[in-house]
Ligand binder design. Structure first.
Ligand SMILES: Nc1ncnc2c1ncn2[C@@H]1O[C@H](COP(=O)(O)OP(=O)(O)OP(=O)(O)O)[C@@H](O)[C@H]1O
Length: 217
């Protein structure tokens, strides 16, 4: 798996939100996008997921150009802000319904993923009625990974999570990394970045200002 940005630029309302970004993301690593609010982390994830069109340049997923050769990669799992969960259904049912689109995950996969994110006690509770912010976030993480997606793009996955849950999330992502997935996580929390990312990308004003390969657990 590989995602390649080639001179990717995006202008919104006459403002450049991503400027000439070129970078290749490879599998078997966790990449951390780190930068202040508004620096362009979410936009970069959106570009990689095929959720925005380039003003200039292109994104290739496994050498296929997004919006030309393919619209999006079916092997990509995403957590981007304002995800919609079905409020009247339980965590288990939400994943079951999503899973019907691709038929990759079975009930055991769903239960195992919900356990890995720390939702085992709550999987059959109605979502909106009973779920806290952190519980909803865990379910968002679960939906991004439960179908064995080879590429996982997560925007601020630790938002709303307590310390134990952050550790669980990190453990899960490292396990997936070790299985050979390509993982990209955007965060403005320096501590999470240090614990998680094999490669840190510092995003400043819509550009990758620097990259650093570090060695984590
Ligand atoms: N629909 C839009 N129209 C115009 N500008 C936008 C739009 N959406 C986002 N932007 C701008 O794009 C820039 C990058 O936003 P982005 O959401 O990628 O930042 P971010 O690094 O993810 O920030 P945060 O840490 O707050 O989530 C910001 O300056 C933002 O104001």
């Amino acid at each position: 798996m590989k995602i390649e940005l080639r001179h990717f630029s995006k202008t919104l309302k006459k403002r450049s939100v991503l400027t000439d970004v070129s970078y290749t993301f490879n599998d078997g690593a966790i990449y951390g996008l780190y930068g202040i609010n508004g620096s362009g982390k979410t936009m970069l994830l959106r570009a990689m997921a095929g959720l925005i069109h380039a003003t200039n340049g292109e994104v290739l997923v496994n050498d296929k150009i997004l919006h030309k050769d393919i619209d999006f990669s079916p092997e990509t799992g995403i957590l981007i802000e304002n995800m919609s969960l079905l409020p009247q259904y339980s965590a288990f049912e939400n994943l079951k319904i999503l899973g019907k689109i691709q038929h990759v995950a079975n009930d055991a996969d769903i239960e195992n993923t919900l356990k890995a994110v720390g939702l085992e006690a709550n999987i059959h509770e109605p979502v909106v009625k009973d779920f806290s912010l952190g519980m909803r976030q865990k379910l968002n993480i679960a939906q991004a990974v439960f179908e064995d997606q080879k590429i996982i793009l997560l925007d601020e996955p630790t938002n709303g999570l307590d310390t134990d849950s952050v550790s669980k999330c990190i453990k899960l992502l490292r396990k997936l990394r070790d299985e050979g997935k390509l993982i990209v996580v955007a965060t403005h929390v320096a501590e999470d970045m240090k614990k998680l990312a094999d490669v840190q990308l510092h995003i400043v004003e819509g550009k990758i200002e620097s990259t650093e390969r570090v060695s984590v657990g």
